[in-house]
Write a protein that binds this ligand. Sequence first.
Ligand code: C5P
Length: 233
Amino acid sequence: MRESRPVIALDFPSFEEAKEFLALFPAEEKLYVKVGMEIYYAVGPEVVRYLKSLGHSVFLDLKLHDIPNTVKSTMKILSNLGVDMTNVQAAGGVEMMQAAREGLGDKGILIAVTQLTSTSEEQMQECQNIQTSLQESVIHYAQKTAEAGLDGVVCSAQEAKLIKQATHEDFICLTPGIRPRGTEAGDQKRVVTPGQAYQIGSDYIVVGRPITQAADPVAAYHAIKEEWTQDWV
Ligand code: C5P
């Protein structure tokens, strides 16, 4: 199920800066925002409660990875916060992912990180001692994620098609690394435009700096949303 709103990465070091950014949007504009470790650890659960009180949807990106019992109880707590989507590391294993699902119940979309996009094939082989290609590892983890009953994965848009073929058509592919036509890639290596992400099969796009650092963030958000949804039938 595709989400028409780009998910805005709320990567700010303080609550005040995040609030200032959100205040740029009219109150009736309900956003989908990604709360990452930075702001969550700086502010705490209050940041999620605040966003929900404004009527926004929240993807809490904490990438949990611990023993199944701990992940399950943590997910139970997150389910009470009212997050719309959250995630774990697939490397925690099928049992851990099933425990996460049990903890969260049906109170939100649950996805997994396969291999971080900052991990190169050489690093993976050397450090994790996984002797396959990076792509094979990503597909393998996506299949384990589906087997555990989770809803999808965080992945590069370029991998979305293969992942859906290896799992099922409804398996969610949430993709960062999005850059609108004619903007800076920054530190992202493999970027796609919102339109390309749609063509390739992303279900959710995560966009940070092209919106948060834009001269006019509201206009940038709408332009990206338009580019993402213009060919939808
Ligand atoms: O500013 P930018 O659009 O690059 O932000 C992308 C967001 O998605 C950041 O919060 C980043 O941490 C996150 N992310 C990513 N690549 C991944 C997973 C998460 O860029 N593989």
